[in-house]
Design a protein around this ligand. Structure first.
Ligand code: AMP
Length: 210
């Protein structure tokens, strides 16, 4: 079975995915994380994706769909985080799960006002080594610039800079948001108020998953 986590950049999809994974033991498939891994390892796919990611644009649908197709296995429960992001990807996913005989549990939409998204993203820091996420204002590391988990340096993602954030949010509004009505019509969309404490948001997510 698959569950989709849907929402704007900065709506907390990554945080909720981690909470779901540790509570329910589901697999976590984040297309953003997969692309960042390809980038780091300088694979062919990473090289193709880099210019889109740096600008905060979407990687072309065929590359994303192919990557998800090779990762999505029958017989597992998977949280899909950051995919689909266009109507075309949504339709391709519907065809893919039908072909593989995978059920869709639902689409959890983390609803966060746009004003909050920018401050969440611009203050986000990620550990260079273990990937732990902190925030300069909302969840600062104990020592400035040093990861609480492993002691390595934290950094700002290139695409969390203000000008790129603006572009990512407009891409979300133009290309990703139309997917909401696609899933609403299928009766799969479950809206969750995504503001406030992540544990409280998770309580609402849990109710849907249980
Ligand atoms: P994320 O970490 O989910 O915000 O993704 C980071 C970047 O990876 C995005 O800004 C896109 O450039 C790329 N990306 C991730 N998922 C997708 C997707 N489903 N379709 C196209 N591009 C994606």
């Amino acid at each position: 079975m698959i569950w989709l986590l849907f929402g704007a950049p900065g709506s907390g999809k990554g945080t909720q995915s981690k909470l779901i994974t540790s509570s329910f033991g589901f697999n976590h498939l984040s297309t953003g994380d997969m692309f960042r891994k390809h980038l780091k390892e300088e694979t062919e796919l990473g090289k193709k994706a880099k210019s889109y990611m740096d600008k905060g644009s979407l990687v072309p649908d065929d590359l994303v769909i192919e990557m998800v197709n090779s990762e999505l296995k029958t017989g597992e429960t998977v949280i899909l985080d950051g995919f689909p992001r266009t109507l075309e990807q949504g339709k391709a996913l519907t065809a893919l799960v039908e072909k593989k005989g995978i059920k869709t549990g639902g689409v959890i939409y983390l609803d966060v006002p746009e004003a909050d998204l920018t401050s969440r993203l611009s203050g986000r820091r990620v550990c260079k080594s273990c990937g732990a996420v902190s925030h300069v204002e909302f969840s600062p590391t104990k020592a400035e610039g040093v990861c609480d988990v492993c002691g390595s340096e934290v950094e700002q993602r290139k695409d969390d800079q203000l000008d790129v954030i603006k572009h990512r949010l407009s891409v979300y509004n133009d290309q990703t948001k139309p997917l909401m009505s696609y899933y609403e019509e299928k009766g799969l969309l479950k809206r969750v108020e995504g503001t406030g404490d992540s544990k409280k948001v998770f309580d609402k997510v849990k109710e849907i998953l249980q």
